[in-house]
Design a protein around this ligand. Structure first.
Ligand code: AMP
Length: 388
């Protein structure tokens, strides 16, 4: 597998798959540009090598024609241009006449960003179905394909896997290399004690991780709504808290199999999102658990402070509401004071760490939620495998 530094890029035309799937608000402002900032190292390296650059990315899910209005990469082109302090040519389609024209006029050090690759899904799932012709079309636009979109490496789409198959030369960019190097710290012989912290709402997304890490990890701390599925599996009252009924059996089996799973011992509860909240050791009928309580924070703190490695995925509560962000913030705070290997596996917990201002205190904050979870499940990622 070639790394970007292994290839002679001088004066070449490169096509880079970046991950500009950034969150946008209702007015189409970018809420978090971390993924754009993380792509700059590879782009600047290509500019230093006098390359001409074509960028490919998806943005969100594109299911119907009207999604085109809210999922355009134009806002990303503008932000990228600001961050690079350089023009970025935005092409209003991902394949066709406009692309051919822009590419035939491209000069060294020019940067072209093509429109959302998933717009082509409206023509028959061409992107996400890894259409052969589309893959060849993109591969033929440049001399070298660079995969720098870690966030999509668990998917086999035309713009990452298909294009790689048909490119004459290909390599991994700096962002993907950094992700793989850092995630190795938890997948390959993590320094022990190794603590896994899981939260968020969907247990089903994290079943594979729990199964794979249950032997490697010393403890698995579970907070967030996920915890209620486990507490219910133990026979506790959880009121109207979120529960993943499909994962209840799994939770029961896991709790039988191991004593490494540590659950909350108190909760911030409310009758609904608009009513006052209270801290309680036990949830009662009609109440919703919305965050971990102070005793749980202390309990989790002891485990984290005794660790040499922690991996964290999923917020500890309904953090989008300021009343329920304390648990998640406390985990950030605890880890930020320690000199340990700390890896955050993308998704909501990564946004929390970044937005709450703790990013620099972590060893690594992944840009890919799904991709990092799949790596931790012990799976091979198709977007990486194809680069061999
Ligand atoms: P996930 O995608 O599975 O990581 O879930 C992230 C979501 O879980 C976020 O939107 C959180 O607000 C939500 N969440 C975490 N804890 C709770 C909770 N106790 N009650 C409701 N939602 C929660």
């Amino acid at each position: 597998m070639k790394r970007i530094e292994d290839i002679d890029l001088k004066n070449k035309r490169v096509i880079i798959r970046v991950d500009y799937n950034v969150p946008l608000d209702d007015k189409l402002n970018i809420i978090d540009d971390n993924r754009i900032r993380e792509s700059l190292k590879t782009i600047n390296y290509c500019l230093d090598n006098n390359c001409s650059i074509i960028l490919l990315s998806h943005l969100g899910k594109v299911k119907e024609e009207k999604d085109k209005q809210t999922k355009s990469l134009k806002v990303v082109a503008e932000r990228l241009s600001k961050l690079l302090n350089k023009d970025v040519i935005f092409v209003k389609e991902a394949r066709g006449k406009l692309v051919d024209e822009a590419v035939s006029n491209i000069k060294n050090k020019d940067i072209i960003l093509l429109e959302n690759t998933r717009f082509l899904d409206l023509e028959g799932k061409l992107e996400s179905g890894c259409d052969e012709e589309l893959s060849k079309y993109w591969a033929n636009l440049a001399d070298i394909f660079i995969n720098d979109a870690f966030g999509t490496c668990h998917r086999a789409h035309a713009s990452n896997v298909g294009i790689a198959k048909y490119s004459k030369e290909k390599c991994l960019g700096f962002l993907v290399l950094k992700e793989l190097d850092n995630l190795k710290l938890v997948t390959d012989n993590p320094k022990k004690p190794f603590t896994v912290i899981l939260g968020g709402a969907k247990v089903s997304d994290k079943i594979g991780v729990i199964e794979n890490l249950i032997t490697k990890a010393d403890s698995i701390l579970i907070g967030g709504a996920m915890a209620y599925t486990f507490l219910k599996a133990q026979g506790n009252e959880i009121g109207d808290s979120l529960v993943d009924m499909d994962s209840l059996e799994f939770a029961k089996n896991m709790l039988k199999k191991t004593n490494k799973i540590i659950l909350p011992i108190d909760h911030v509860v409310a009758n609904d999102l608009n009513s006052n909240n209270a801290i309680k050791n036990k949830i009662e009928k009609g109440e919703i658990g919305l965050d971990i309580g102070p005793k749980t924070i202390e309990l989790f703190k002891n485990y984290i402070e005794n660790s040499k490695t922690v991996f964290w995925n999923g917020p500890m509560g309904y953090y989008e509401n300021k009343n329920y962000e304390k648990g998640t913030k406390a985990i950030c705070e605890i880890i930020s004071r320690l000199n340990i290997i700390s890896i955050v596996g993308g998704g909501d917990s990564a946004s929390c760490v970044i937005n709450m201002g703790y990013k620099d205190r972590f060893t690594h904050v992944s840009t890919g939620g799904g991709a990092s979870l799949e790596l931790l499940e012990g799976k091979e990622l198709p977007g990486i495998e194809v680069m061999n």
